[in-house]
Design a protein around this ligand. Structure first.
Ligand code: CMC
Length: 432
């Protein structure tokens, strides 16, 4: 039976040895079905075991819908393709956080607040001094976001939370750019209120006191697109981390700082950095694609095709499709010829014809082509995951806020099946 036909009052039945238990069923607005096991342990003594939470719904959410089989991604009901074409990052951030598209007055007000909170407290600049120039910018980003809680403590009032949301979006741009300036030993460049969010970031990255950087429109638009495409992705690893930390009622900055750390890993947002490293290796190896495809198929090698595969998408990742076209467009608009783009396309062609990838439904994900556009902007490879974090921030905030505003949310606290030693007596060292 398809889940679309399931009646609202349907119950799931679980038989454990000779006993049968009835469990309520929850149905989402897109006919997604969940078996509610909240009371399972109380009534049966058993828990469910779900490694990697692949079948576990951790919450009910009205923010983002993904249908991985059909390659569908929607923010608050709006298809990603439409938002990518017609909207802008700040409007999308508003949509995700507040649940509706803003009026002109609401958007102007939001933009005004974001620009007027983009300065960092001057004392925060001293923190940057303490990091070695080799520090990975994701470590700096997470530490700085956590540090914001020292400057803007949350007293628990809604007004504080709303203001801290604005502060965080406004200041993350500045923190990200400052961490880059620190790494190359250049003076920090302050934000400018007349610029868009994307243009302001590029200005803070590439202006120097002796010469302001005139942000090319093609790059501003490309960055805005990238930020939109990364803005939310329902209960992925970093978002679940934000919710997990937030479920203990930790403040916004602490929760997002934890999410940044989760994003850093190469299986998640860190993959965009790894993709370029991999493409570079293939180039240095004389374009031996087969070698790398074979390595990825060999489990012993521990090598994976970075930017390939996804827990949810089993047909195509709509973000990767948009980015592949965008990479072509941006490079041609700027007159850049990047061999990495050809290598990526060739690798994709070869992998998509290979039974190993076909059988496992492995396709390019959002990280496969994004790095090529970042390179065209002049953004260094170790900043790629920071770019992902900038884009994902509104989604993290929206998810954190939704959790805070949902009555009855309990602290996240999974169970386990213990497989260690059962009780035994302590043996004194003289007798071991
Ligand atoms: N290269 C080679 N084999 C792969 C790859 C890959 N990139 N991805 C998955 N597989 C294989 C995997 O070994 C497994 O094979 P088998 O069935 O023989 O054991 C099968 O495909 C299913 O994979 P899985 O590990 O069960 O998939 P998962 O849902 O646990 O992991 C993933 C998803 C994205 C972590 C994984 O595909 C991966 O490591 N990809 C490379 C890293 C990457 O690009 N990450 C970015 C994800 S998209 C952006 C984001 O949201 O973070």
């Amino acid at each position: 039976m398809s889940t679309t036909d399931l009646k609202l009052e349907a119950k799931a039945k679980l038989t454990l040895e000779d006993k049968e238990y009835e469990l309520p069923v929850v149905k989402g607005s897109e006919s997604e079905v969940g078996i509610d096991i909240t009371k399972l342990r109380n009534i049966s003594g058993a828990i469910t075991l779900d490694s990697g939470y692949a079948n576990t719904g951790s919450c009910q959410s009205a923010i983002t819908f993904i249908d991985g089989e059909r390659g569908i991604l929607r923010y608050r009901g709006y298809p990603i393709e439409e938002l990518a074409e017609k909207s802008n990052f700040i409007e999308v951030a508003y949509l995700l956080i507040y649940g509706f598209l803003p009026t002109k007055a609401q958007l102007d007000d939001f933009h005004y607040k974001l620009t007027h909170h983009s300065l960092l407290h001057e004392d925060m600049k001293k923190f940057f001094e303490g990091f070695p120039p080799t520090a990975h910018p994701m470590g700096i980003l997470s530490a700085m976001v956590s540090s914001l809680s020292a400057f803007y403590p949350e007293a628990g009032y809604n007004a504080d939370i709303e203001l801290n949301i604005i502060r965080l979006i406004a200041k993350l741009n500045t923190i990200a750019a400052f961490s880059y300036k620190k790494s190359i030993g250049q003076p920090y460049v302050y934000p400018q209120n007349h610029l868009s969010y994307a243009a302001d970031f590029l200005h803070m990255m590439f202006s120097v006191p002796t010469e302001p950087y005139e942000v090319p429109k093609a790059l501003e638009d490309a960055l805005d697109l990238l930020l939109i495409l990364h803005a939310d992705h329902e209960q992925n690893c970093s978002t679940s981390t934000v919710r997990m930390v937030g479920s203990s009622e930790a403040n916004l900055f602490a929760s997002i700082s934890a999410g940044i750390c989760a994003l850093w890993g190469p299986l998640h947002g860190g993959a965009n950095q790894q993709v370029i490293t991999m493409l570079q290796k293939i180039q240095d190896d004389g374009g031996d694609y087969k070698k790398y495809v074979n390595l990825a198929k060999d489990k012993e090698s521990k090598f994976k095709l970075m930017g390939f595969g996804h827990r949810v998408y089993k047909n195509f990742d709509p973000r990767a499709r948009i980015l592949k076209h965008a990479a072509d467009r941006v490079l041609s608009e700027l007159g850049i010829k990047d061999p990495m783009l050809d290598i990526a396309k060739n690798l994709e062609d070869i992998a998509l014809k290979d039974d190993f990838f076909v059988e496992r439904k492995l396709y390019p994900n959002v990280d496969f082509y994004s790095g090529i556009i970042y390179r065209a902007m002049g953004i260094p490879t170790n900043m790629f995951t920071v770019m992902f974090a900038l884009g994902r921030l509104p989604g993290w905030i929206a998810q954190w806020k939704e959790m805070r505003e949902t009555p009855g949310v309990r602290i996240y606290r999974p169970r386990q099946i213990f497989i260690g030693e059962t009780q035994r007596s302590y043996v004194p060292i003289s007798k071991r």
